[in-house]
Design a protein around this ligand. Sequence first.
Ligand code: GDP
Length: 210
Amino acid sequence: MLIHSAKFLISNTDINMCPKPDRPEYAFIGRSNVGKSSLINMLTDHSKLAKVSGTPGKTVTINHFGINIDPDKKMKGWYLADLPGYGFAKRSKKQRAEFERFINKYLLKRENLQTVMLLIDSRISPQKLDLEFANFLGANQIPFTLIYTKVDKNKGVETRKNIEAFEAAMLESWETLPKSFRSSSKNKEGRKEILAYIGEINSNFVLDLS
Ligand code: GDP
């Protein structure tokens, strides 16, 4: 899929304020610093669409971007939802509870959500928080796709070992693994494959607002 346009639409804290659910939507989420902003910028070919964090923000907002939405060219396009990073140590207990309530509501209620893109840092061994989040999605039948980030960083063998360990940990709870991709924002590995996957899902999207 070619990216013709990518535009910031709205940032909000209220799921009722999200754009009308009339296009397929993909929500990107992962622990703070997993490389989410870099991946979004890499996929959309916009170096500054999502803010690459120096200091992770505490604010809990959902940012919506419109990709390839161009009525003049009869392009319906799709939504990219940038969800806040989880596992941010400096959040207070109250902020963490608020985060969970907000994100869970979005994930459980957003009717045009096609799949959650769950980002996993391939540089490190399996993290409890990531496995818990994957298990939450599975238990609630929220479709998700795994994207292993920063695969350029370690030696190939270490990256493979971390990915295999994560998948082995997932298989302790689930019989099958979700679809997964390897990505690097540095060398654009995975870009073509992830966009092709989104394009394929988009082509099967049927609007049902009943
Ligand atoms: P976010 O907090 O999940 O949005 O993560 P960012 O995109 O801000 O990235 C966090 C840090 O990881 C930054 O210093 C990035 O430069 C670095 N980073 C992100 N993606 C990659 C990648 O694919 N390869 C490498 N080597 N570093 C990356």
